[in-house]
Design a binder for this molecule. Structure first.
Ligand code: 48F
Length: 260
């Protein structure tokens, strides 16, 4: 078969633009493709919620690839084992209640689950701002990561959404910009971002799930962002809390969209 390069180009451009155009109005926008964001996107899409995930980097998976200090195995505690099974991720009991899983296999399985569930993934796209109307976040402001990296003076595009899941990890980037530009009061003890504390895995794993909630109208925090927003601890390379938090954020959005 002869191959026409312009057909290849047109196929990519038109298909991508259709995908992007279809995501200009979303029910749920997930920011950050680490374990918490991926888990949330998977559960949302599986429930039929129109969902897109925006990830700054070329590859998704956030801090999961490297396990602990580049030893690419992760640990998941008993409470989250069922989620590994749901995602068809092989795990082994290392000690009572502690399971290990291959970090690369975990990212691959999460990605496969998100895609099969029907969420759209936009990598190489950075969320640089939000839209706020009448005290509620109702959209995201997007730009190519390459524009951000090159500090080019290029205006962004915007998408609207009914809910944002802030899953940008330690950086809490969506909330940082919301607080900096809008001077809003968050649903935290001080009304501001509390910042994160040093490592305490047991506490952090519990609180990352407890702190998963709507922090400002239209924005839910998930994963490490939840602890960094509410002044709790970091947890290191134990990932059960990330998965449970992503699932909880999705459940809350699903309920809210259903008016429950
Ligand atoms: O950091 P990350 O993996 O967050 P997470 O899902 O999981 C945390 C763990 O990896 C680990 C830990 C737990 O054991 O403490 O750190 O909470 O993934 C966050 C993703 O968000 C992307 C970033 O590139 C990363 O892949 N991200 C951050 N800011 C933006 C963004 C932004 N403004 N726009 C788009 N993506």
């Amino acid at each position: 078969m002869p191959i026409d390069e312009t057909v290849v180009s047109r196929a990519i451009i038109e298909t991508y633009l259709r995908k992007l155009t279809d995501c200009l109005e979303l029910d749920a926008a997930v920011v950050g493709g680490g374990p918490a964001g991926l888990m949330a996107a998977y559960r949302l899409a599986k429930a039929g919620v129109k969902t897109a995930l925006f990830e700054r980097k070329l590859s998704l998976g956030g801090g999961m690839w490297g396990g602990g200090m580049m030893f690419n195995e992760i640990v998941v505690q008993a409470e989250a084992r069922a989620l590994l099974d749901e995602l068809d991720i092989a795990s082994q009991e290392y000690a009572p209640g502690y399971y290990t899983a291959d970090a690369v296999a975990c990212v691959a399985a999460l990605l496969q689950a998100v895609i099969k569930a029907g969420a759209n993934i936009f990598n190489l796209v950075s969320v640089e701002d939000v839209m706020v109307r009448e005290g509620r976040v109702n959209g995201l402001v997007l730009n190519w990561t390459a524009v951000e990296m090159a500090h080019l003076h290029v205006d962004p595009l915007a998408v609207s959404c009914r809910y944002v899941i802030e899953a940008t990890g330690h950086a809490t980037e969506v909330l940082q910009v919301l607080v900096r530009k809008q001077d809003v009061t968050l649903n935290t003890p001080s009304g501001k971002l509390e910042g994160e504390k040093s490592l305490w895995a047991e506490r952090a794993e519990k609180t990352t799930v407890e702190n998963t909630r709507e922090i400002y109208p239209g924005v839910l925090v998930a994963g490490m962002s939840a602890n960094a927003s509410f002044g709790s601890y970091r947890m290191g390379p134990i990932f059960g809390g990330m998965l449970l938090s992503g699932a909880k954020a999705a459940d809350q959005v699903i309920k809210a969209l259903a008016g429950k």
